[in-house]
Design a protein around this ligand. Structure first.
Ligand code: AMP
Ligand code: MN
Ligand code: MN
Ligand code: MN
Length: 312
């Protein structure tokens, strides 16, 4: 199968993709159900890679990226499971990298990376250390605020996975400190709250360089999810592009039509490809793999950015 690449490309130098491509493998049409942002138990998702694949197949997803936070540990199992299917989907190797931009935690989704790239693996190991340091600090802050044992609780939920605030949120909600994860963020984990640790991630440009070196495409994740004013959102997208970014998420699992239109316009304005992803973490009432991911016409999609190396 071949990826169609017949639309005009957004501006920008793509020389970093030279010699990184092997072959095309997926024919993606307007009707292909694509979901390029999802999590497994390798980070803060609640389904194992195999169960995630099974669910994606059930939901009719044809092109799926697994993008765990700062780890590629779930990808081997996902590939093994997919290979055992009579009708496998097209699985894209991804990872969601935490970075710093001003005081904000900005996530960059990397798509179609070489998951064995040594430089990338070293980088992710460092991210894991930073996560662990931050997780302990969150635990210490919560303890000072009268909630002991949160680090241990979050760690128990995470198992071997790199700790995320998502694990803390689940633990605190389960312990009755707030009705659900979103409320935990509002009360304890969001910016400026008791358990918030000012972020210590690396620069966006560094992450983008690592992604490019691993043959991947750098996608600004959920741009409307950072609670930025319109002015700061514009600034973020522009600076992401300047830092070497290739694409931004435009179609999200949960968003208003206005949000989708606004993000689409920002992508076009800044010469970025558009991406689509549910950011699925667990089966819930509102969010599902492949659900509500309607792609508007007139955008250049992220799979047109380069020839991808995916195989089935
Ligand atoms: P981290 O990467 O450790 O900073 O954690 C970020 C993760 O926390 C996100 O990927 C979500 O899984 C979760 N998260 C962030 N904000 C919220 C929120 N408002 N409600 C529920 N979960 C959230
Ligand atoms: Mn998460
Ligand atoms: Mn994210
Ligand atoms: Mn995510």
């Amino acid at each position: 199968m071949q990826i169609s690449a017949n639309l005009p490309s957004p501006s920008g130098d793509k020389s970093h993709f030279a010699n990184k491509t092997k072959y095309n493998s997926a024919m993606i049409t307007e009707n292909t159900l694509a979901d390029l942002h999802s999590h497994t138990t390798a980070s803060d998702g609640q389904l194992t890679p195999s169960l995630l694949l099974e669910r994606a197949l059930e939901k009719g997803v044809e092109l799926l990226a697994i993008t765990d936070h700062d780890t590629v540990a779930g990808l081997d199992e996902a590939h093994a499971f997919n290979a055992g299917q009579s009708a496998p989907l097209t699985l894209v190797d991804g990872v969601e990298i935490s970075t710093r931009w001003h005081a904000y935690d900005i996530h960059i989704v990397a798509l179609d990376i070489d998951r064995h790239d040594e430089n990338l693996l070293v980088f992710l190991e460092r991210q894991r250390e930073l996560r662990e340091e931050r997780a302990r600090e969150i635990g210490a802050r919560l303890e000072k605020a009268g909630i002991p044992g949160a680090y241990e609780g979050a760690r128990a939920l995470a198992g071997d996975a790199a700790l995320s605030r998502g694990h803390y949120a689940r633990f605190l909600a389960e312990q009755g400190h707030a009705p659900d994860s979103a409320s935990v963020f509002k009360k304890f984990l969001g910016r400026g709250k008791t358990g918030y640790v000012p972020n210590n991630w690396g620069e966006m440009a560094t992450a983008i360089e690592v992604i490019h070196n691993a043959g991947g495409v750098a996608v600004l994740a959920h741009p409307s999810g950072y609670q930025l004013s319109a002015k700061w959102l514009k600034r973020l997208v522009r600076e992401f592009k300047v830092a070497g970014g290739d694409a931004m998420e435009v179609v999200l699992g949960q968003q208003t039509t206005d949000d989708r239109n606004n993000l689409g316009a920002l992508a076009t304005l800044n010469g970025l490809y558009a991406s689509v992803g549910s950011d699925f973490h667990f089966p819930g009432r509102w969010l599902e793999l492949g659900k509500n991911l309607y792609r508007p016409q007139g955008l250049n999609w992220v799979w047109q950015c380069k020839q991808w190396t995916i195989t089935k």
